[in-house]
Design a protein around this ligand. Structure first.
Ligand code: XMP
Length: 502
């Protein structure tokens, strides 16, 4: 299979570039070093500046060793210019947002584009002098070298971001780059399932696998694949008592409907609630939940027998981010579902989905016959409702949140808003305020409604959902959920907020 490597220089859109390339039919990988087997490289954007010591650098002798087509985007564009002897300097002003670029459509990179195109810019530094043998192929009013090429070396650079939707012809630019690399478009999900099943059968043989399933799309799709491959797998679902309304029942039904054997539910609410008693620190909560989950999983696994493999629903971004955490970002929250288990259990890993992005997993889930409603479900964090109850987690607070969550989801679905949102949920703020109901004074908790739109959860906008829908949510919650007398709407984007509350 032909593939294109995307160098990650810490840019928030790096995964987006990789996904766009796959959507255009070519397999892509996020990489940090050049290696054999690629038809082209894309150098991503990033927050650094090319002069600073700490900023990511191109590997030594990159352009001596690499003789396949290279496209630099934003920071990558500046790095290439610098590497070939051009000049990068701080611009007079920051260029941010939608801009019009004048481009040279005779360049292979800009084939089928118009001479003036809207592009998305986000930079301060810019290439002020092109290296020798480089030709300018694009400019904006602020950035004179917004695009360049060196045809003989097959090296291209764009200061703008072709991977984001605000560059409407961005896909054409990436498509042209694919053509320049001569890659075959052979990344198709259709043949993938059969190939994966054969591969699993051959590799696992009659050895056995133990796997934790959460009811999330990733682990469920991975479980269905393992089950279709007919390999001997036991699936453990730990009901932590922190789940949403009817969640355990729904997950059990899905496994039953798909006739997946060896599905075990471990009811553990009491253990989780007693471990979380009096704990208010968010990180402490996450660690307690993660560790206890592992403990319960191990106990159940021991009871079930001996296993050679640990199955996981890891998808591509999880793998890259856990392998390279320091390069990408500070640890803001301890995610409890990646890591932890594999180190402790000393079993080899089976991760059937580890080369797929979420939208690809959803497509595979669809092909495998999982219910549509389930596949489209919003992401749900491993520590579940515990991180949506600020402060101590108690049974009473969980009951409140569960009821409110079901109401919010129902209203959002009824108004056809669900699919446009990345996530929507209530969070319980354990502060009491005074209200009045039926002529009586009330003194109850408040709930915040969080509804965000996002592409990859790295950044998110609060959603401007209609007032009438918010009104319905507020009325129904206050009327139907005892213990709550006030509903707030969260209007914080990410950054500076995060999507979850803890
Ligand atoms: P934040 O709150 O960091 O969340 O903006 C980004 C995305 O990650 C989800 N999230 C988690 N997912 N285990 C998960 O599987 C976790 O521990 C976890 N914490 C946050 C969150 O719901 C959002 O989609």
């Amino acid at each position: 299979m032909d593939k294109i490597g995307i160098f990650d220089f810490g840019g928030q859109y790096c995964h987006l570039i990789a996904r766009r390339i796959r959507d255009l039919g070519v397999y892509s990988d996020i990489i940090y070093e050049p290696s054999e087997g690629y038809k082209g490289f894309i150098l991503s954007g990033g927050p650094g500046d090319v002069y600073s010591e700490e900023s990511p650098k191109l590997p030594n002798n990159f352009f001596q060793d690499v003789n396949i087509p290279v496209l630099g985007i934003c920071y990558g564009h500046q790095m290439i210019a610098q590497a070939f002897g051009g000049k990068v300097e701080r611009g007079k002003e920051r260029e941010y947002g939608k801009k019009i670029a004048k481009i040279n459509t005779s360049s292979e990179l800009f084939k089928n584009l118009k001479e003036e195109e809207q592009v998305w810019m986000s930079h301060f530094d810019q290439v002020t002098k092109l290296p020798e043998d480089f030709e300018n192929i694009g400019e904006t009013d602020i950035c004179l070298n917004a695009a360049y090429q060196n045809k003989s070396k097959n090296v291209f650079g764009v200061q703008f971001h072709p991977e984001v939707i605000h560059t409407p012809s961005g896909d054409k630019v990436l498509d042209n780059f694919i053509k320049i690399t001569g890659s075959k478009r052979d990344w198709k999900l259709e043949g993938w399932i059969e190939e994966k099943i054969t591969h699993l059968k051959e590799n696992i043989g009659d050895k056995s696998i133990i796997m934790a399933v959460s009811g999330g799309v990733d682990s469920t799709v991975a479980a269905v694949l393992l089950s279709k491959a007919g390999v001997n797998t036991h699936f453990i679902y730990v009901d932590t008592g922190l789940m949403r309304l009817s969640e355990t029942e729904e997950v059990s039904n899905i496994f039953q409907d798909l006739q997946i054997k060896n599905f075990h539910v471990v009811y553990s609410e009491e253990r989780f609630l007693s471990a979380l008693k009096d704990v208010t620190n968010p990180e402490e909560k996450r660690v307690i939940i993660g560790n206890l989950f592992i403990k319960i999983f191990e106990e159940k696994a021991k009871e079930l027998g001996n296993f050679s493999y640990l199955g996981q629903g890891t998808i591509y971004p999880d793998r890259i981010e856990s392998a390279q955490p320091s390069k990408l970002a500070n640890v803001i929250k301890t995610h409890h579902n990646v890591g932890g288990l594999p180190e402790r259990m000393n079993l080899d890993l089976i991760e059937p989905l580890n080369e797929l992005y979420k939208d690809e997993v959803r497509k595979i889930g669809n092909m495998l016959g999982l219910p549509k409603r389930f596949i489209k479900r919003h992401p749900f964090p491993g520590p579940a409702l515990a991180i949506r109850i600020l402060g101590e987690v108690t049974k009473e607070r969980l009951e409140i949140l569960r009821k409110a969550d079901a109401i919010v989801t129902e209203i959002i679905e009824k108004n056809d808003l669900y699919d446009n949102l990345w996530q929507v949920f209530p969070a319980l703020i354990p502060v009491k305020s005074v209200g009045v109901m039926g002529d009586k004074r009330t003194y109850e908790y408040m709930l915040a409604i969080r509804a965000v739109e996002s592409i990859d959860a790295m950044t998110a906008d609060w959603s401007k959902i209609p007032y009438s829908v918010l009104e319905d949510i507020s009325n129904q919650i206050v009327n139907k959920v005892s213990g709550v007398n006030r509903v707030l709407y969260d209007i914080t984007s990410k950054p500076p907020g995060t999507i979850e509350y803890e």
